[in-house]
Design a protein around this ligand. Structure first.
Ligand code: PYC
Length: 413
């Protein structure tokens, strides 16, 4: 928008508008309160306002917008899951992502790349074949390919993998994509704000008031807010929020570390994941290699990142791409991954009337942002779980009705 740029750049009288409004005060009442201004919470607010006309909504964030998992992931989007429930759910997200830049009127740098999950063993090949068959059955573009296709699509990859664990084949998922994760949160935040939703940063929920089994409001560091509907979308902080109402979830919180390299000229068109080496890498539109590895193997509530992690990751990266030896790591970080026992999310209603949960995002939350927003907005507005999320209900753990998705998590656990 060159005219806008000129106007804001040349004149003090036209300060550039903020992405979203920051009202000074909390209102005493909202129709719904969303805890957590990450992608999921903001997307739910947007669809509540857009699709259900519920605009008296406050999104409360104890830190800043996108401070949690939204800003700490490696921005991979795919739907090549193992279970029918997972494939349908993530495929709807991929479909929504495809048109999201136009929908939110913001360039999200959505870029279709093709996603390879490399197999270095017969056992992994078998799981990849299984996933490919489930995917194809549900209309998702995935196939098991041999080394020649990998070589054609990613000629820089050393298929011998240093001679230790040669690549035998891969699950190839052409629709696999990446996007700018911060922009997704900003886009949803701006679009929700334009529809009347209020986003309050530095606003911590310290308690949830329940009367007669029904949510009555939330206590915050800025006072009490009355509401009959609360959505918790706080990923790694879910156990703390659920403790406020005495509801237990089977979540374990582990750090998941990641890093980016210095910017390089574009050379890597595809997303490469190695299930055996616990490594994934893609190249962002800024030229940085965006890389991650397995979860840290212990429960910990910390976003510190370690030298051990970068050393381990660099070793494996060089087995696949030996020519990267001189490339420098620019920055590294960690996010909190809230893992469920079956590696599927927890979504829907809770035993407390009016309290809804969007959690269990482990290492797969970013790609689900749009579909979570849509389905949780539907669930809040109608007080009925959206059909796509029924399999992910919290009560499945009591009902022995798990959705085992471990083979498609893409990261070592
Ligand atoms: O599920 O694609 C994935 C993923 C990549 C990194 C962490 N999870």
């Amino acid at each position: 928008m060159p005219f806008g740029l000129l106007r804001f750049g040349m004149s003090r009288r036209y300060p550039e508008p903020r992405m979203f409004r920051c009202p000074d005060r909390l209102k005493p009442h909202y129709d719904a309160v969303i805890i957590g201004a990450g992608g999921h919470g903001l997307a739910a607010a947007y669809y509540l306002a857009r699709d259900h006309g519920i605009r008296e909504v406050a999104v409360l964030e104890k830190s800043y917008l996108g401070a949690g998992g939204t800003g700490r992931n490696t921005a991979i989007i795919r739907s090549n899951y193992l279970t029918a429930e997972g494939v349908r759910f993530y495929d709807e997200s991929l479909r929504l992502f495809h048109d999201l830049s136009a929908d939110l009127d913001l360039n999200l740098f959505y870029s279709r790349r093709g996603h390879f999950t490399l197999a270095h063993s017969d056992a992994t090949l078998r799981t990849m074949r299984w996933r490919a068959e489930v995917n194809k059955h549900l209309g998702v573009d995935s196939e098991l390919v041999g080394p020649e296709v990998i070589r054609r699509e990613c000629p820089q990859l050393d298929l011998s993998c240093g001679g230790h664990t040669p690549v035998l084949g891969a699950l190839y998922h052409p629709p696999g994509a990446i996007a700018r994760h911060d922009a997704v949160a900003w886009g949803y935040g701006r679009a929700a704000s334009q529809r009347g939703v209020e986003i309050h940063q530095q606003t911590e929920v310290t308690g949830i008031r329940v009367q007669g089994g029904q949510v009555a409001g939330v206590e915050t560091n800025r006072g009490f807010v009355e509401t009959g509907k609360v959505l918790s979308a706080v990923a790694g902080y879910t156990p703390a929020v659920m403790e406020m109402v005495g509801v237990r979830t089977p979540l374990e919180v582990h750090p998941l570390q990641a890093c980016v390299s210095e910017p390089l000229k574009p050379w890597l068109d595809t997303i490469i994941v190695s299930a055996n080496l616990h490594l994934y890498v893609s190249q962002s539109s800024r030229g940085e290699l965006v890389m991650g590895a397995a979860l840290d193997p212990y429960e910990l509530h910390s976003t510190r990142s370690t030298l051990d992690f970068v050393e381990g990751l660099a070793g494996h990266l060089l087995e696949l791409f030996p020519f990267l030896g001189q490339v420098r790591v620019l920055r590294q970080w960690a996010g909190l991954a809230d893992m469920t026992p079956d590696f599927s999310p927890i979504m829907g209603k809770t035993p407390v009337e009016g309290l809804y949960l969007d959690a269990g995002w482990g290492t797969w939350g970013f790609k689900a942002t749009p579909v979570c927003g849509k389905t949780m907005a539907h669930t809040l507005a109608t007080d009925r779980p959206h059909p796509l999320i029924v399999p992910f209900r919290l009560s499945r753990f009591d009902e022995f009705d798990l959705v085992g998705e471990k083979g498609a998590a893409s990261v070592g656990h």
